[in-house]
Design a protein around this ligand. Sequence first.
Ligand code: AMP
Ligand code: MG
Length: 344
Amino acid sequence: MNKKIVIGILYILTTLIFLSGCSKELKPVEESSYMLGTYLTIKLWTDHEEEGKEIIKKSFDRIQEIEKKMSVNLEDSEINKINHASGEDFIKVSKDTSEVLKKSLSYAKISRGAFDPTIGKLVQLWGIGTDSERVPSREEIENALKYVNFHRIKEKNDDSFQLQNKGMRLDLGGIAKGYAADEVYKILKEKKIEHAMINLGGNIYAVGNKLDGSSWKIGIQDPLQKTGTHMGYLEVSNQSVVTSGNYERFFVQNNERYHHIIDPHKGYPAKNGVISATIVTDKSMDADALSTATYILGVDEGMKLIESLENVECILVTQSQEVYVSSGLKKKFNIINEKFHLKD
Ligand code: AMP
Ligand code: MG
């Protein structure tokens, strides 16, 4: 055969093989579950549906493992073992729990106790979102406050922890979902997933970009309207977006809304004008702890904290529909409801 023809045929064949490789179309695979007290959805794009489902299953298994270790609602979780041994013993825990506890302590320090993992006694007393939710008496609150103090968590370097006073109670509800989202992110990355949306009850990790290469657009809940109504949207790539809001878990009594984000210094649901705090950063655990912390700190202190941290941004929404956006986010956040006013 003529050499030119052979080269021509080889060229065509190579091109065909190359094109067939490229034409593998990425399709979405999505699964939901209920864990960590909330609805979870993972959506990822893959060219292999079965494998995609396997990856999501593996992710949910990992979340369940985290829940078993850290939930206060499971009697024999590691966190409850520490709670039961309060005032008495050190309890050795897994690397997972140890990491989250250590992070909780560092966020308690930098937020000057606004975020406090020893909030458990107060969370239990208020019972927001449970059958026993009620407004406690002053005395009950004064008493519970005695058990809230992150300085009284002792740790040894073998991952064992102790609560120094009997009756103290850890609660990682303000940070564990973030840790779970980061662990799912790791699984997706190991499996070479480039485009995905991890949504653990509003605790979001937007993995990579959208399939067309553009940024993800994340709707920010209008705290004054029903779930799913957005007051604006954020453009993000490969970052976590976590919101703490007074609309998530609450009850109303005598026209007063009692929600689940408790001010550890006062013993009451935080009430400083902020009704939602959104954090954008690379680690969902950081975003989760900081959204709870900034909600409690309020506009001035909260914004100061966020501006002091590298690569962490926030959006704070107040009851009077004012919106405060940190410096690095101004171009990426768009208000779509004109009732909300952007403040400098
Ligand atoms: P989030 O929705 O992430 O703001 O977390 C709220 C949950 O965190 C509550 O349901 C409690 O379990 C827990 N929590 C409430 N107040 C605090 C606080 N001041 N510090 C740490 N965790 C808290
Ligand atoms: Mg949180």
